[in-house]
Design a protein around this ligand. Structure first.
Ligand code: NAP
Length: 438
């Protein structure tokens, strides 16, 4: 009897777990439970629309999805259609691969003003995630502040200043492309509470900022240290030096010729979001970095006017009913991925929101080994019981062939040169086919 495994969430960590299970055993039955009608998690909804090469990893996931032991149950939500306890009762093992979908709050006065967004929402909006289709950010402003110095902050700044031509071969959602095209944006301020050496963005992403058609990258040379100091590995030092070199190259660029600017504002801490009902600016404090690498205020304050503010300062997971949760860390409580008998965590809900797509592979390997080591062989009914329950409850699900129809329809509707035109509403996706009780 196969070991019955349910993987909740169909992003990278879920797919690496499924692949690792199949590598280790010929006798597994794997069901993906996904609340959206579409698979691939952050590959579809998080990776920047102009990073299509990165998205190609979904081809490998597709191979996994089409393997004999694997089924996809899209549009099925734990907590809405069935409880986690019910799922656990049906399967030998349940692996939570649900990521970190919520924004960490900025946590300064005024952060609830209109026009202030977290990066999960804002990125979801331009990536056509159905949860954020109606976000409708008002982009009628010259100045945008993006808080954070990670790759997500860079993605947002870049997508906001790229031209239509630069975005032609992307799958940016139509509503976002239209809003950005119409916006009078000229200046994006990327603010980092620490310095260029402490910034989290990686060099490939940083260099892209120097190659934009209409936007110059603006860096204050006085903020760039001559050498990289501090206690770090040789590799980290090399990576930091590479970033410094790139930032120095930006200072040598002629900014005059281009109509837009992305300002790298290091040593800048958000203090208060200014404005009335809407955001009108960010009150900031100049910082320095202490010997322990912390950001420390200097007592010098200044304001950056802006009509839109996006906080790209990291994500957190949602607590799940009945699962121990570390509120401070924003992740589930686990030991090496084991949460409770038959319940495991992989990816960002286990580790927190860091690392690249491939960082999820070791999680998948570890979870697969644990599941096969722990599971009493095939003791639970698995898929047959799930299907029965969904039919009884009148839940209509999207199977993999139905997702392939959605996929094909999106590709067929693409603008010339673009990979796809995304459906941004669940109802439109479901119209292409669902299974379940009539
Ligand atoms: P991140 O890399 O952790 O960056 C978060 C940034 O927010 C840091 O600069 C951090 O500063 C700053 N921050 C945190 N709290 C703050 C606060 N209260 N006030 C001001 N600044 C604050 O997170 P991310 O950009 O969301 O990215 C998440 C993960 O996805 C990362 O591992 C990233 O590399 C990955 N990713 C990769 C790509 C790619 O490879 N192209 C693209 C997107 C995302 P401190 O350092 O001072 O804490």
């Amino acid at each position: 009897m196969p070991v019955k495994v349910a993987i909740v969430g169909s992003g990278p960590s879920g797919f690496y777990t499924a692949a690792a299970l199949m590598e280790r055993s010929d006798d597994v039955e794997i069901d993906f439970i996904e609340r959206l009608p579409t698979p691939f998690g952050l590959i579809r909804g998080g990776v920047a629309p102009d990073h299509q090469t990165t998205k190609k990893v979904s081809r490998a996931y597709e191979k996994t999805a089409l393997s004999g032991p694997v089924r996809f149950w899209g549009n099925v939500e734990i907590g809405r259609d069935l409880s986690l306890d019910e799922l656990r009762a049906m399967y030998d093992a349940v692996v939570l691969a649900i990521g970190s979908p919520r924004d960490r709050p900025l946590g300064v006065p005024g952060d609830d003003r209109q026009g202030v967004y977290g990066s999960a929402d804002f990125v979801g909006w331009y990536n056509g995630h159905p949860d954020f289709t109606d976000l409708a950010p008002d982009l009628n402003t010259n100045n945008v502040v993006v808080v954070g110095n990670g790759n997500v902050a860079i993605d947002i700044a870049r997508v906001l200043v790229k031209t239509d031509a630069e975005m032609a071969d992307t799958d940016i959602a139509d509503h976002a492309a239209k809003a950005i095209r119409a916006a009078p944006l000229t200046d994006v301020w990327m603010i980092g509470r620490r310095g260029p050496v402490e910034a989290k963005f990686t060099n490939v992403e940083l260099r892209e900022m120097g190659k934009l058609e209409e936007a110059s990258a603006i860096v204050d040379p006085a903020q760039l240290p001559v050498t990289v100091e501090g206690n770090m590995s040789d590799r980290d030092k090399r990576l930091k030096e590479r970033n410094l070199t790139t930032l120095r190259e930006f200072t040598a660029q002629d900014a005059a010729g281009k109509p837009k600017r992305v300002h790298f504002a290091f040593y800048t801490r958000p203090v208060e979001v200014l404005g009335g009902a809407r955001v009108e600016g960010l009150h900031c404090e100049r910082t320095k970095v202490d010997a322990a690498g912390r950001s420390v205020g200097t007592g010098a304050f200044f304001d950056i006017p802006c009509g839109l503010l996006v906080a790209a300062i990291g994500y957190r997971s949602d607590p799940i009913d009945g699962v121990p949760f570390d509120m401070a860390g924003g992740i589930v409580v686990h030991r090496d991925g084991r949460i409770a008998p038959g319940l495991y965590a992989v990816g960002w809900i286990k580790r927190g929101p860091s690392g690249v797509i491939g960082s999820n592979k070791p999680d998948g390997n570890q979870a697969a080994a644990q599941v096969l080591e722990d599971s009493p062989r095939g003791a639970r009914p698995g898929r047959a019981a799930l299907e029965k329950l969904l039919v009884v409850r009148g839940v209509k699900w999207v199977d993999y062939p139905a997702w392939q129809r959605i996929d094909a329809a999106e590709m067929a509707a693409a603008r010339p040169g673009a990979p796809r035109r995304k459906f941004v509403r669940v109802a439109n996706m479901l119209a292409l086919g669902q299974t379940g009780a009539e």
